[in-house]
Design a protein. Sequence first.
Length: 265
Amino acid sequence: MSEESPRRTTALTRRLTAPNPGPMTLDGTNSWLIGSPGQQDVVVVDPGPADRGHLTALAAAGRTVLTLVTHRHGDHTGAVADFHALTGAPVRAFLPEFCRDADPLRDGETIEAAGCRIRVLHTPGHTSDSVCFHLPDDAPEGRRPGEGDGSVLTGDTVLGRGTTMLDHPDGALGDYLRSLHRLAVLGRAIVLPAHADVREHVEEVCEELLEHRMDRLAEVREALRVLGRAATLEAITDRIYTDVPPHVLPAARRSVGAQLAYLGF
């Protein structure tokens, strides 16, 4: 069953988690509502899977004036058509096939809606169409907008815990590393991820993720040294991911594939 109502997370955002927990979605997919305090208008980010209860709760939380999508995966876009029909609000995504009555998102543009400024950042890596949404005027809960360092809705580019899967070949490690560097420039902005809980200080989080990716690359290089340059993707993945449950191995293989491509294999 979906949560009954969104939970306040920052001065300008609330979160409603869809009832789709799992190995890849963690606690479920977070739908975000953006809106200035005291306004009925809201922007919804990632309506999530096609769960009627979840969509009803989202629609009841305010007057949706715009829906935004962080990337193409079904746990974020499965409800696009139903939510558009329910609210009539235009939908914008980086890929035109997910847009409804609106143009695709553009890197670097600033959207003004629901009393808020929303800056669009194209951050490929998890997928080629991944975007993040920076709220420069946001603040931690309990502070007035503009009194903090802002927040950033990171989709699956930065998760609330753990590391994201690179959906190779659509997702590329080189792109992902550049996206992390781009997000790190936002400094102490609060991380509002599509899965799991809020994190503090996006610069520190991105530095941890960059270090982790460098460690993984070192492990891939070592696996190639031991197994030989002709080693299969499956053999390399099994050597590196020794404690991963079988149902997560396909995602691990895609990430290893992205690392091998980055190394020129």
